[in-house]
Design a protein around this ligand. Structure first.
Ligand code: NDP
Length: 235
């Protein structure tokens, strides 16, 4: 199926310098959207506006959105992808480390969504996709309590936005991927054997799903958490 609904749309992808976010940004660009990507270091991606953005900084979020608005227009597609993954036993998790994970993975998504929604509401159209995780359902593999809690939070955030903004033409969904082959899981070797489909996920598996949810074809899907996990967690 040729996905439609990207012409004249502006998209912002957070944490898109590499990995899943980069693949999403390239896919949205190839589908015809005008795409900006924010990351800690401004990404350089062909045909994409690269911005320096720390999603945990309220003024930083404001500055990045202001630049997207002046160079491309207000985003009607927002992909909340920036995230960090810290493996540490629960009793060794310091308050600082806990807060950092919650700040990046959850509060960063809140700040970006809150900044994006007024223009979407005014336009009567918007697509938000938050990248959660199967860890947000299960608590994750051992020793990722902060990560699991942050991902449960961001998936609930996507649902909360969905119910509040559905009357305004805005859909809000989350993904619950697991074991996608990026730098993030390089510390966990030999995981492919644990996936029923017999391989790790690819960044394109995730980008395909995000593209569909951001397309014109997904206007009746909101408040959903979509598993992208090769059968790793069937619930
Ligand atoms: P990567 O670590 O490859 O990419 C994450 C990106 O987020 C990096 O470019 C990183 O920048 C950026 N980032 C980190 N902190 C911030 C911040 N404060 N502000 C802006 N950008 C930031 O991870 P993936 O591509 O694998 O993951 C992308 C998303 O998918 C994450 O939310 C992750 O939790 C989620 N996910 C991934 C899974 C997997 O198996 N890979 C499974 C389930 C969910 P820098 O490089 O400078 O640190």
């Amino acid at each position: 199926m040729q996905l439609n609904g990207f012409h004249d749309r502006v998209a912002l992808v957070t944490g898109g310098a590499r990995g899943i976010g980069r693949a999403i940004a390239e896919r949205l660009r190839d589908l015809g959207a005008r795409v900006a990507v924010g990351d800690l270091r401004a990404p350089q991606i062909d045909g994409v506006l690269g911005l320096e953005l720390d999603v945990t900084s309220e003024p930083g979020v404001e500055a990045a959105f202001a630049r997207v608005e002046s160079e491309l227009g207000p985003p009607s597609i927002l992909v909340l992808n920036a995230g960090i993954f810290v493996i540490e036993p629960f009793e060794e998790t310091t308050l600082e480390s806990w807060r950092r994970t919650i700040d990046v993975n959850l509060t960063g998504a809140f700040l970006c969504a809150r900044r994006a929604l007024p223009a979407m509401r005014e336009a009567g159209y918007g697509r938000i996709v938050a990248i959660g995780s199967s860890a947000g359902k299960t608590g994750g593999a051992k020793a990722v309590a902060a990560y699991g809690a942050s991902k449960a939070g961001v998936m609930a955030l996507a649902k909360a936005i969905a119910s509040e903004y559905a009357p305004h033409g805005i859909t809000s969904n989350a993904l619950a991927p697991s074991l996608i082959d990026t730098d993030m899981i390089s510390s966990m070797p030999d995981m492919a054997d644990k996936v029923p489909v017999g391989r790790l996920g690819t960044v394109d598996d995730v980008a395909d799903t995000v593209a569909f949810l951001c397309s014109a074809h997904a206007g009746y899907i909101t408040g959903e958490v979509v598993d992208v996990n090769g059968g790793f967690l069937i619930d």
